[in-house]
Design a protein around this ligand. Structure first.
Ligand code: NAP
Length: 495
C-alpha cells in the first residue's frame, strides 16, 4: 500500500454523504472533517426526519449544538452558523428505502452528480432489537446505500462501518478478511439472507393472523432474531445482521471501491476535539455505572482474555485515512479492524481495578445524600461462575423473600421482593447482552490497519492529525482521568 499524498489536502473540494449523522460515531466524524478541512465542498447528512425542516432541526439540536462541537464553535465564533449552513446539507431520509428515502428530486440529482465519497455509519445498534427491524436497517438498509452509491457518477469510494464482532462466537486470532456469502461462525450450513427475510415476513403474518398484540409481536420478533443468530453462531441479532450486510455488500459491489471498517468497542474520545466525549452508556460502561451505583458488586471477565476497546477519535481517524488512501481503487474489498487487542491489550481485571479506583475517589452520591462506598469487585471469570454467584447471592434470597411475601402478606417483604426482582432482572439483562463481548476470547488481528498507518506515516503532519495507534493509550490514565469522567459528564449521569 502506497500513499504519497496529503490526507487533509485530499479532502479539499470533496462532497461526502454521511448516513447515521445523529449518532455517536458520525458526530465525531463530521466534527473532524469540518475541523481539519474547512474547504471540504459539502457534507450531505442523511437524517431520519419527515421533511427538510425537521431534518434541519435535528441537525441543529442534536449535532451542531452538541458539546462535541464546542471547539469548532469557539474557533468560528459568530460565523459558526454560516459556516455550517454553507458546508452542511441535511437530508431527510431513511436507509430502509430505495435512494435512502430521499424524496426531493433536485437534491437527488445533485447528489448523484456531486457525491465523491459515501460513508455509511447508520445502523440500529441495539443488540436485541426485533429481527424485522435489524434486518431491514442493518442488512437491507446497507444494501440500499450500496445501490445508491453505484448510481453516483463520480463516486470514489463507499466506506461502510461494520463491527469487529461480525466474527461471531469464535476465539483465537481473527483476521481482517471479507465474509463469503453464507459463511457462518459455527460452520452451520444453509444461511440464505433472502430466506431470512421470508422467515421474518411469514412469522409476522402468522402473528397477525393470531391477533397477537403489539407487545407479543415485539417479543416474538426479538426472540426470533436471537434464535436465528445463535443457530449460525452469532451472539445476538445485531452482529448477525451486520455480518449479513457485509456478505451482501461484498457480493454486490461490482467495481465499486468498498472499504469496511470494523471497530471493536468504541469508547470516549482520547484527544480530539477534547478528551472524554461520549454519548450513551455503552457495553462495559453500563456495568461500570451499575457498579458505581452499588447495583452490582462483581465484575465480569476472564483475566486471561482481553477486552478490546478503542477511542472514537481513533476510529474516525482510521476511517478518514482509509477513505482517502483507497479512493478510486476498485480491485479489492478492504477490511480494517480498528481496536486495541492486538497492539495494546487491556484485561478485565485491570478494568475492574480502574473502576474500583475511580469510584473510591469519586463515589456516587446515593438518594440519601451519602456516598455509595464500593468494594473491590469480585471478578467472575465465566458465565457459569456468574450464574453461581447470582444464585447464591440473589436468587436464593429472592426465593426466601417470595415465600415470606406469600406467607406474611407484609409490605416489607413485598417491597423487598419487588426491589430485588427488579435489581436481578436488570443485572441479568446487562450480562445477557454484554456477556458474549466480555467473555470474548479473541484477538483482532490488525495487519491491514498497520499497513494503513505505515502508508500514512510517510507524512508526519498527517500522522499527527490522524493518529490511530492504540499503543499510545495508557489504559489506567485513560479510564480514570478521561473515560469514566466523560461517561459521567456527557451523559448527565449521576454515576
Ligand atoms: N459504538 C460502538 O461501540 C460501535 C462499535 C462497533 C461498530 N459500531 C458501528 O458504528 C456505527 C455507528 O455506531 P454508533 O455507536 O454511532 O450508533 P448510534 O449512536 O446508535 O447511531 C446510529 C445512527 O444511525 C441512524 N439510523 C438508525 N436507523 C436508521 C435508518 N433506518 N435510516 C437512517 N439512519 C438510521 C440513527 O438515527 P436516529 O438518530 O434517527 O436513530 C443514528 O444516527 C454503526 O454502524 C455501528 O454498528 C459501533
Amino acid at each position: 500500500m502506497e500513499f504519497s499524498g496529503n490526507i487533509v489536502k485530499s479532502l479539499q473540494n470533496k462532497s461526502i454523504l454521511v448516513t447515521g449523522s445523529t449518532g455517536f460515531l458520525a458526530k465525531i466524524f463530521i466534527e473532524k472533517i469540518l475541523s481539519v478541512q474547512p474547504n471540504v465542498k459539502k457534507l450531505f447528512l442523511l437524517i431520519r426526519a419527515t421533511d427538510t425542516n425537521s431534518a434541519k432541526q435535528r441537525l441543529h439540536e442534536e449535532v451542531m449544538q452538541n458539546n462535541l462541537f464546542k471547539v469548532l464553535r469557539e474557533k468560528y465564533g459568530e460565523d459558526f452558523e454560516s459556516f455550517i449552513l454553507n458546508k452542511v446539507t441535511p437530508l431527510p431520509g431513511d436507509v430502509i428505502y430505495e435512494n435512502m428515502g430521499v424524496q426531493n428530486t433536485e437534491m437527488l440529482e445533485e447528489m448523484l452528480k456531486e457525491v465523491d465519497i459515501i460513508v455509511n455509519i447508520a445502523a440500529n445498534t441495539r443488540f436485541d432489537e426485533r429481527y424485522d427491524v435489524l434486518l431491514e436497517v442493518n442488512t437491507f438498509g446497507s444494501m440500499n446505500v450500496l445501490n445508491f452509491a453505484k448510481k453516483c457518477v463520480k463516486l470514489e469510494m463507499l466506506l461502510h462501518v461494520s463491527t469487529a464482532y461480525v466474527c461471531g462466537e469464535t476465539s483465537g486470532v481473527i483476521l481482517e478478511k471479507p465474509f463469503r456469502m453464507a459463511e457462518t461462525p459455527n460452520g452451520e450450513l444453509g444461511l440464505d439472507i433472502l430466506q431470512e427475510q421470508t422467515i421474518v415476513k411469514d412469522t409476522l403474518n402468522e402473528l397477525r393472523d393470531l391477533n397477537a398484540t403489539k407487545e407479543e409481536q415485539r417479543s416474538a420478533m426479538k426472540e426470533l432474531g436471537m434464535r436465528r443468530a445463535r443457530l449460525y453462531g452469532w451472539p445476538n441479532t445485531y452482529t448477525f445482521t451486520k455480518a449479513m450486510a457485509e456478505m451482501m455488500m461484498g457480493q454486490c459491489r461490482g467495481n465499486l471501491p468498498l472499504v469496511i471498517i470494523r471497530p471493536t468497542v468504541v469508547t470516549s474520545t482520547f484527544r480530539e476535539p477534547f478528551p472524554g466525549w461520549i454519548e450513551g452508556t455503552r457495553h462495559v460502561d453500563s456495568l461500570a455505572v451499575a457498579y458505581g451505583n452499588g447495583k452490582v458488586k462483581c465484575f465480569l471477565g476472564n483475566p486471561t482474555y482481553v477486552i478490546d476497546m478503542i477511542p472514537g477519535d481513533m476510529v474516525v481517524n482510521a476511517m478518514i485515512v482509509a477513505m482517502v488512501i483507497h479512493a478510486n481503487q476498485s480491485s479489492v474489498e478492504y477490511i480494517y479492524h480498528i481496536g486495541s487487542s492486538s497492539k495494546n491489550p487491556c484485561t478485565p481485571n485491570k478494568i475492574a481495578d480502574f473502576g474500583y479506583k475511580y469510584f473510591v475517589k469519586n463515589p456516587v452520591i446515593g438518594k440519601n445524600g451519602k456516598p455509595i462506598m464500593v468494594k473491590r469487585p469480585t471478578l467472575l471469570t465465566s458465565m457459569a461462575s456468574f450464574r453461581r454467584y447470582m444464585s447464591t447471592r440473589y436468587i436464593l434470597p429472592l426465593k426466601v423473600f417470595k415465600v415470606a411475601n406469600v406467607l406474611c402478606c407484609c409490605n416489607y417483604y413485598h417491597q423487598s421482593y419487588s426491589l430485588m426482582k427488579k435489581k436481578i432482572g436488570y443485572v441479568m439483562y446487562l450480562v445477557k447482552l454484554f456477556g458474549p463481548f466480555i467473555y470474548f476470547n479473541g484477538i483482532f488481528d490488525d495487519q491491514n490497519t498497520d499497513r494503513l498507518r505505515t502508508a500514512m506515516n510517510s507524512n508526519t503532519v498527517d500522522a499527527e492529525t490522524f493518529y490511530f495507534d492504540p499503543r499510545c493509550i495508557d489504559w489506567e490514565d485513560y479510564a480514570i482521568n478521561i473515560h469514566l469522567p466523560g461517561v459521567e459528564k456527557y451523559n448527565n449521569l449521576k454515576l
